[in-house]
Design a protein around this ligand. Sequence first.
Ligand SMILES: [Zn+2]
Length: 873
Amino acid sequence: MADIRTTAAVAAPETQPSTEHVAIRREDYRPPDWLVPEISLDFQLDADRTIVRGTLQVERNGDHDRPLRLDGDEIAALSVKVDGADADWRMDGPALVIDLAGDRATIETEVEISPAANTKLMGLYASGGMLCTQCEAEGFRRITFFPDRPDVLSKYHVRMEGNATLFPVLLSNGNRIALGDAAEGRHWAEWQDPFPKPSYLFALVAGDLEANRDSFTTMSGRQVDLAIWVRSSDLPKTQHAMDSLKLAMAWDERVYGREYDLDLFNIVAVSDFNMGAMENKSLNIFNSAYVLADQDTATDADFDNIARVVAHEYFHNWSGDRVTCRDWFQLSLKEGFTVFRDQSFSADVGSPPVKRIEDVRVLRAVQFPEDAGPLAHPVRPDSYIEIGNFYTATVYNKGAEVIRMLATVLGPEKFRAGTDLYFSRHDGEAATCDDFVKALEDGSGVDLSAFKIWYSQAGTPKVTARLEHDAAANAATLHLEQKVDPTPGQPVKAPMPIPLRTVLIGAESGAELAPERLIVLDEPRQSVRFDNVSELPLLSINRGFSVPVVVKAERRPGELERLAQTDPEPFARYEAIQELMMRALVAGARGEAADSAPVVAAVAATLQSNSLDPAFKAEAILIPGDSMIAERMDEVDPDAIHASRESLREAIGTGLSGALLGAHRSDGVEGHDLSPRAKGIRRLRTVALGLLAAGDPQQGAALAKAQFDRADNMTDRQGALGILASLDVPERQAALDAFYERFQDDPLVLDKWFALQAAAQRSDTVDQVLRLAAHPDFTISNPNRLRSLAGTFGGNHWAFHSPDGRGYAFLADILLDADKLNPQVAARLVPAFGRWRRFEPKRAELMRQTLERIVAAPGLSKDVFEQVSKSLA
Ligand SMILES: [Zn+2]
């Protein structure tokens, strides 16, 4: 194993013990030396002082004489016994090591932990009076000594005892098999999980909670009791999550043939949570942001996100729990596949084209920059220092795109045959990404070996396309080329198989000239011939975004404009409009003459169309964000990008004020109507208003304030406030104050109040954010609140990159403060600095200096160290 501390010159080695910051490498994988078929845990619960007794049945795995090694993290053994007797044991760093003579033993350990003092929110911690756990990826070792790796699967028996008033509800995985009262106002419960599982899926909850209860009958007739546990005051906000859960259970039966396997399924909402939610077997623990919703406090997007995350965690019961990962390098095995599953679910219950646009937008805004920067890594990484840093858009979203690509290549029936085989072949096992592809191959009879490079090669392929028309021969030839730029550790790239859904459209007729083809570009250069091309063809390529690449197509004058109005495939049509916008935006940012007329015409045609639905219109006319424009620039100047974007918005707002006003006023939906159509109308209402305000800020402010005051739902209210927050008008502060007054006791809504101001497109946003950081309601210890201010600000391209460097200083200060409490959450703020090399020299230097200041800070966590040192390398 190698230490990757290559930036020792800027690091502060004296503060870093030598055992830290060691890279773990995929190629070093070795099966576990010892297995633990069974474990019993006994918890004497108390927020300040919890005693955990673990009893492990261990078995030597294979023929070797290595000792038993149990992982620990910030825990100390009060006692250790082997087969009931005091034993010789030693600590090796944080791990407990025992030499065992035989092939089997019973190990008993006792540790004391303090949930209330656990600010990392990994392991057992306290949140708002309750106790709960988060064990993925390596939190279980903060609870008890254990071989804490996903390929050690055990059957769990859990007994917990605690104060009956503070903790009336005691939950763990599986089924509750007994409960009773104990002395001194205490009570206890015993839980047993019949399914062997890795330690990262262990969960425990103790608290004063109430449940929204329901039931679901599975396809084989099993009745499952469902419960969503929250504080009693939050009960009225749980119905959407419950409805989403039942939809997801039925969907997974219908689409993947997967049935739920226990009699009980619990969801618990927690206010302090590092991630979105966690798929612990039968006891999902959720960030409350992904459970609680009603019309008055949650936007349509919040409702959609709740459905998505509830479905995602539920789907993990098969893609993650029943079949888990062999090691953390295989994280995308469960995450990429499960994101693909939740994306398909959301598309089926909503609008497929709009969902596709949203997913691709996230991919381009977050994953493409990651793939082109210093933190680029393959979908299946080769090494890590801190696995918490690899819960990335590459592992999740690009991983999902790879599965989607395989599903496209196979077609629905063969893909289903492959996933059926995957689930049956690996049920109860810890598997790899290679196992997954092999099961798809064996189930479908199709050789997919060429596609495996998508798991191992980082970077977004760039495809250039040129269409040549030979009118005399009634034919056309499509010339394709591909290239992948070097990424850290991968200087030379191999060609990749790139499946492009492609069709030619008649420039005159606007009709598809032949059925759509799936062209697989798998060489550096390739030409494809089309026959019977009887009129001038337009190229519609990578339809539906069939592959996660950047396509640069050579276009004739007027070609994009024509595609923007005729392409029958909705995503391709959206792409044509976006590409028109991008041309104008990039030209403007370069200081060239930017012709906004084609964009204005395309937006006008979109708004006037009778065949497009409002949700699609809203997505199609949204202008790409600053950071996406920055990806197209050779040298990033945030002021120039911002000015270019504002000028295009203004041109649309003034040029189309009538049509925009019409779209803004379109009505006929009730605030509680959550149908896709109603959501689309609300979305278009606010998107149109934003463009109107860009054209005429005074009129925009008046309309936004009217929408804000009249709103009977959070979507309209937040939409209006978001527009006002960027304007210099008296209505701004009045609306912000009214919002605060009304919602100051609702933490999730208050997060929105912080986020809207941190996202504001204003020249004084840095000052506003500094002021908000001193607000009595701001705290860095709650991850949602920290993300709402610091995370949102880091994504506010123009304000964060303020030329005086104050945005950088603010984020660095708050990141270093947060790192002392919660390294995992702090490390997520680093990527805002990651692409410093692409900026104009003055900002690049300021960003570099800021990164050096962070990495030199005493006592830096390995989480932040890894991200910062890679960014500097
Ligand atoms: Zn997941």
